[in-house]
Design a binder for this molecule. Structure first.
Ligand code: URA
Length: 245
């Protein structure tokens, strides 16, 4: 749990399993303190580690939000018989939480995977309705040209659907290979690979570098992870209309 994130006292109590109305009663009876001061306002915001009930620290498990730099060869699932999964790269203490990956990356694709226990945020980040942008660093065969970027922007016709308009920023281009950043607001099966094939430039490698406001932390080696910062969590929630206050 990010250290300095603040939560309403009544919500934190409810997370311990006491239920909202019971939480209100506990507060009204003066048994709940924050930093040693009796709480009167159920809406008071606090860091969970400052909250005590009957003089005892309360133990709450608020949602977890992690970013992982996925290596090739690992699958974006919670369990698999044949291949290591993104979950298997995390320490034991995370195995007991209901962490799930936000969307999928193909086994050979590397880069940013978000893992969270917050199902609603995960759902919104992958739902086309919320149009969360995902950026991929692509290395492809042959020379990309501005005409390819125009084709991405126009919405590429694939065999079974028309892709939404996407951005293609060409970073470098030679006759042998090109590097570009592709930004999409949807994620159908093999979509980026198929879009590059559609413009005649099959991919050599693909790495996701961004989901919404969250960039892959360049300090993370492949296989490493870190918790999202409060700013990153708030940013993702704001982008998906989940910030109520
Ligand atoms: N597009 C792909 O083709 N593969 C991925 O893993 C993600 C996007």
């Amino acid at each position: 749990m990010p250290g300095n994130q603040l939560f309403r006292v009544d919500k934190l109590l409810a997370l311990t399993g006491v239920g909202r109305s019971e939480a209100k009663k506990l507060i009204a009876s003066g048994r709940v303190t924050v930093s040693g001061t009796v709480v009167r306002d159920p809406g008071l915001k606090t860091s969970p580690d400052l909250l005590f009930l009957d003089g005892q620290p309360i133990s709450v498990e608020t949602d977890l939000y992690l970013m992982l730099n996925k290596p090739a060869g690992v699958i974006t699932a919670t369990e698999d018989k044949r291949f290591p999964t993104v979950l298997s790269l995390l320490p034991d203490k995370y195995q007991r939480r209901r962490l799930g990956p936000v969307g999928r990356l193909d086994r050979d694709v590397t880069g940013l995977v978000l893992l969270t226990t917050d199902g609603e945020l995960a759902h919104r980040l992958i739902s086309p309705k919320w149009k969360a942008e995902k950026t991929y660093r692509a290395v492809c065969e042959g020379r990309l040209t501005p005409a390819d970027a125009d084709a991405f922007r126009a919405g590429l016709q694939l065999s079974d659907f028309t892709a939404r308009p996407a951005e293609l920023q060409i970073v470098s281009a030679t006759d042998e290979q090109s590097v570009a950043d592709a930004t999409l607001t949807e994620g159908k099966f093999h979509q980026v690979k198929r879009m590059f094939i559609a413009v005649g430039h099959p991919l050599i490698s693909l790495k996701r570098t961004r989901i919404g406001c969250v960039n892959l932390d360049e300090a993370l080696q492949e296989g490493e992870f870190r918790p999202l910062t409060d700013a990153e969590i708030r940013g993702l929630k704001a982008q998906t209309s989940l910030l109520k206050e």
